[in-house]
Structures are given as structure tokens and as C-alpha cells.
Design a protein around this ligand. Structure first.
Ligand SMILES: [Zn+2]
Ligand SMILES: [Zn+2]
Length: 278
């Protein structure tokens, strides 16, 4: 299983980091988790395209995680020449969000149907709203879900993906909680969105300080990884985004609490996990 960090950014605009999204390639099955700013461009860089996606999994409806969903939907529609249906899974509220996206695209959809004879209808999207704890299978990938904690955003959903003996936990924005522990238990890769509490606390801006409430810090993510026996901790959605010369310091903080590999994500960083041999 290849885990491609298609977006390691956050709501803060960054020239080198697209908004949050992760591509998982499990054999021929491509899954996209979240669709932040610039997702489609990074999908192309990661060797995929919307038309190749077996499904999109959404963790929550914060704008930084879903603002490029309209691009994924439209590009999927055009590149499959209207022939494919895009499956999208996520929390309650997702169906209405997608419906409204389609309304926003109404003019474009009309133009293209009028212009291209092959297109006879708008994008086909199959939305499934999940309850935490639901599990299902897509293209040979076993997907389980659990509630994470990112209040006041409710509900938020984390995902555990299992394929050919390899396990990835992609949990989205959350503080440490029982749901994350369940999803990341024994995972070959635990992908966590993180902030640096010590650095955020230095910024004298009340609105910025609010993010301390509902994100894991690097140390908390490392403690979770150690507690649940994850093999690898992959940090993404870092706030404030580190420059490469700062990576060793971030990794050192995590390493004080976790013995396994710690990976700092750049856009298109790829982590490959395989069936355990032990
Ligand atoms: Zn976020
Ligand atoms: Zn969020």
C-alpha cells in the first residue's frame, strides 16, 4: 500500500503545501482522503487522477479539507466523459454539502452538456453518510471508521484502511481520543494532522490560539503512536509549517515519546507499507 501525502498544508496558504488530502494506492484501488486546496494538481503529481478514484473519504466538513471537492467531482465527470459515478463517504451533512456544490456548478454543467453531445447529464455522485463505527469495503480495501474529537466540528470520522495485510490509519483533525486509538492500533502507518503547541502559543492572536483546542500536538501524536503500538508516525497538516531545516527538531520532539519511525510530510512524500513478515 502506498500512502501519498497529496496535501500537507493547513488553512494557512503555503506556496509549497497543498491543502489537506491523502491518496492511498492499494494495488489498483485508489482512495482519496479529504480534498483540500490543490488536491487535483497533487493527485496528478502522485500518479492518479479523479477518474481513477474508487472513492473519496471525507473526515469532516471544515473548508480546508473539502474546498477542492468540486474540482474532484467536475474533473471526474469530464475525464470519465460522464460515464462514471464518484463514490464519496463521510460524516452526516456531506450529502447536502455535495448537493450544494452541484448547484454552484449548475452553469458549468449546463454549458458542457450543451457543448458535448456525449454528455447527457451532470456529474454522477454517490454519497454515503457514515455513522462512526461503520465499516465497508471498496476495491478490496477494508475500511473501518470511528468518531474522532474535533469539537465543535461534529461528527468527525477517522479511517482505518486494511489491504493485503497492511494497515494505515488516517484520522484527520482530532485531539487524542479512544477513536484514534482504535483506528491506529498496531497500524503500519498512523497519519496524524498536527500542530506545534509550543510555537502556536507564542503567536499573540486569539483566533489562532483557538486551534490549540482541537488538534493533536506533535508530542500527543507521538504518545498516541506509542500507546497503540503503531509502527510509523506520519505527520501532516503541520501548523506552523516547518521548513526542511526544522524537520529534525520536529522529529526529535516526537522521538522522545515514540520509538518507531517518524516521517514529516512534504507534498508527494510517499510511505509504502507492506504485509508484516513477523
Ligand atoms: Zn484542518
Ligand atoms: Zn478541521
Amino acid at each position: 500500500m502506498d500512502i501519498v501525502l497529496t496535501g500537507t498544508g493547513s488553512p494557512l496558504p503555503d506556496a509549497n503545501r497543498a491543502g489537506p488530502s491523502t491518496l492511498v494506492k492499494a494495488g489498483d484501488t485508489h482512495l482519496l482522503i479529504d480534498a483540500g486546496r490543490g488536491t487535483v494538481m497533487r493527485l496528478a503529481g502522485g500518479g492518479s487522477l479523479p477518474g481513477f478514484l474508487a472513492a473519496v473519504l471525507v473526515t469532516h466538513l471544515h473548508s480546508d479539507h473539502v474546498c477542492a471537492l468540486n474540482d474532484v467531482i467536475t474533473t471526474h465527470w469530464i475525464m470519465t466523459q460522464g460515464g462514471g459515478s464518484l463514490r464519496i463517504y463521510g460524516p452526516p451533512g456531506l450529502a447536502e454539502f455535495v448537493e450544494r456544490q452541484l448547484h454552484a456548478l449548475e452553469a458549468d454543467i449546463g454549458y458542457r452538456i450543451e457543448h458535448h453531445e456525449v454528455l447527457t447529464e451532470g456529474p454522477k455522485v454517490a454519497v454515503t453518510e457514515l455513522a462512526p463505527g461503520d465499516s465497508f469495503e471498496v476495491g478490496g480495501v477494508r475500511i473501518s471508521t470511528a468518531a474522532t474529537v474535533h469539537a465543535p466540528v461534529k461528527p468527525t470520522i477517522g479511517y482505518r484502511l486494511e489491504h493485503d495485510g497492511a494497515v494505515a490509519a488516517i484520522v484527520g483533525d482530532t485531539i487524542p481520543c479512544a477513536g484514534v486509538d482504535e483506528l491506529a492500533a498496531g497500524a503500519d502507518a498512523y497519519i496524524q494532522t498536527v500542530i506545534r503547541r509550543d510555537l502556536v502559543e507564542l503567536v499573540p492572536n486569539e483566533m489562532f490560539q483557538d486551534i490549540l483546542d482541537y488538534h493533536s500536538g506533535v508530542i500527543e501524536a507521538a504518545q498516541t503512536a506509542a500507546r497503540v503500538g503503531a509502527k510509523r508516525l506520519v505527520l501532516t497538516h503541520m501548523v506552523p509549517a516547518p521548513t526542511p531545516d526544522q524537520y529534525p527538531e520536529w522529529i526529535a520532539r516526537a522521538a522522545e515519546h515514540f520509538d518507531g519511525d517518524v516521517v514529516i510530510g512534504d507534498d508527494l512524500t510517499t510511505v509504502t507499507i507492506t504485509r508484516r513478515t513477523t
